[in-house]
Design a protein around this ligand. Structure first.
Ligand code: PHE
Length: 345
């Protein structure tokens, strides 16, 4: 039996494009195709010759099929390359890069603070952004005629509710939730969004973030407050040399109330323009929870004491990254936001 394999393989190799290859294929495998004929010829042979001839013919068929497939792959690749180079496509250039988003700097710092405080046994509480006058003011020892209301320019709603001006209303909400079966210590943090009808400038925003902290137990003292604040600020500001100082500060829901300062990171206490030559930077207000507020929360002030602090997150973020304009946080400028390339958790 003749073996035309080489002739067939060279016909396949010689097919210059996909159309030519299709013609070769139909010549070989179509109806009355030459390869089919070869297989059919085997059945005409004397019986003893058929097994060997059948095997040989089948090998030819397999080899020719493989050559066809390989050639088809080559030709289609070449056709694609030709088409792409006609459009000036350069496969050695990197592909378009997909931009991965990044966390907002306030989120980064908030997550770090939450991690830190939960590691110290605090739990995270939430409260409503649309708050009642009662929780935002009265329950915090700020009745309607109290001058302290003047310092919080509130967005009032038509139904008498308001947009909370601070996260402190969650203090009393939390105490009430736990009061029935009070198991000290109560240790919570409340990160959240707050609103004030402020005129926006470099240091004021109408929408801002606070993180309230609250601890109630037997024998809680100012020393506990100082220790907690020092530990937390050392971590978020990344400064082991950080010192704190308390000055008196007035908030009706704490007694005594304080403004807590940290030694200036820019001049290390010597005095510079950032700290207005004082060596200290005001960072957050805090104090011992007023007995009236504990009572509002259903907790007996004769048995328990506690401290609270209200951290302005923007302020901490600004100090940490050296940002000098609070409006950048909500300005929507992607060039600002892209600088904080922390991979989202
Ligand atoms: N809620 C107060 C404010 O926003 C801050 C504060 C919180 C002060 C807790 C003392 C204790 O101004």
């Amino acid at each position: 039996m003749k073996d035309p394999r080489n002739e067939w393989l060279s016909a396949i190799a010689a097919a210059a494009d996909e159309t030519a290859l299709a013609a070769v294929e139909s010549r070989l495998f179509g109806k009355k195709g030459e390869v089919q004929e070869l297989l059919r010829a085997v059945s005409q042979l004397p019986k003893e010759e058929r097994p060997a001839a059948g095997k040989a013919a089948n090998e030819v068929k397999v080899a020719v099929e493989a050559a066809l497939t390989a050639r088809r792959g080559d030709l289609s690749m070449r056709a694609m390359e030709q088409e792409l180079s006609a459009h000036g496509f350069d496969p050695s250039q990197p592909g378009p890069q997909r931009r991965v988003g990044s966390l907002h700097p306030i989120t980064i710092v908030q997550q770090e603070l939450v991690d830190l405080f939960t590691s110290m046994g605090f739990s995270w509480q939430d409260g409503p952004e649309v708050e009642s006058e009662h929780y935002n003011f009265d329950a915090l020892n700020i009745p309607g005629d109290h001058p302290a209301r003047e310092t919080q320019d509130t967005f009032w709603l038509d139904d008498g509710n308001l947009l909370r001006t601070h996260t402190s209303p969650v203090q009393v909400r939390t105490m009430r939730r736990f009061a029935q079966d009070f198991q000290p210590p109560l240790k919570v943090i409340v990160p959240g969004r707050c609103f004030r009808a402020e005129t926006v400038d470099k240091t004021h925003e109408h929408t801002f973030y606070q993180m309230e902290g609250l601890v109630v137990d037997r024998d809680v003292s100012v020393a506990n407050l100082i220790h907690t604040m020092k530990t937390c600020l050392r971590v978020v500001l990344g400064r082991q040399d950080l010192k704190v100082r308390l000055r008196p500060g007035f908030f009706p829901f704490v007694e005594p109330g304080f403004e807590l300062d940290v030694n200036c990171p820019f001049c290390h206490g010597k005095g510079c323009s950032v700290c207005k030559q004082s060596g200290w930077i005001e960072i957050l207000p805090c104090g011992m929870i007023h007995p009236n507020v504990l009572r509002q929360g259903g907790i007996d002030p004769e048995k328990y004491t506690g401290f609270a602090f209200g951290m302005g997150l923007q302020r901490v973020v600004m100090l940490r990254y050296g940002i000098d304009d609070i409006r950048l946080f909500m300005g929507g400028d992607a060039r600002f936001l892209r600088q904080f390339q922390t991979v989202p958790k």
